[in-house]
Design a protein around this ligand. Sequence first.
Ligand code: ADE
Length: 250
Amino acid sequence: MVFNILTLFPNLLSCFFKESIIGRAIEKSLININLIDIRDYSKDKHKKVDDYPFGGGQGMVIGPDAVFNAVGSLENPGYVVYTTPRGNLLNQEKVKDLSEYTVLTILCGHYEGIDQRVIDNIVDEEISIGDYVITGGELAAAILVDAVSRQIDGVLGNKQSRKEESFDNSGLLEYDQYTRPADYKGHKVPDILLSGNHREIEKWRLKNRLKNTILKRIDLVLRLIDEDKFSDEYKKLLEEIRKELEDERY
Ligand code: ADE
């Protein structure tokens, strides 16, 4: 998969993409990241790309010319995304959808934004990484590339790593993980995980996922109920969780 990233700050991203899982995915040619400096496409002798907003107001706006030229220079821009707090909220479903494209072009916003004519004519989708504002679209682009890349076979090295995680098909958050020692200064690992009984461990993990989801993200549980995906197995486990929580209270 190819990611073209149009940015005013390519150095912000280049170090992130060198490291760890994404760095290895690039080395293995599973993904290819093309960092494009929008300033390189400015016709201004000082490489200026922004200007005052028409109608007045705070800050500067990235003008259309350099961005149109930068995107126009791409042989195949594929699906074009603009990172902005007013975009569609990124979630795992959206991440999976985006991983189906062979080429993704990400335009990073900055300052007070970008000339609307760019969005109207070049951008296929505006995407937000959450209901908060960061100083520029680069971190949002890094998150997008990271989340989409790990959907590509081979990137995680082991498909299993994507099997039982938060926001998978079950609609539940992930279960609690433990490693050695089994007893850390009196803080013990749940006995069942040391039992070697795989069926019981699977059951514990599913129940733990459900409990985590109920306690941390009740909106996800309500969505499962709404979509008629709250199975009889979940209902049985829910009753067990309710009893356990009640016992903990008294
Ligand atoms: N740029 C600034 N804030 C952002 C957000 N929440 N998502 C995507 N891009 C942004």
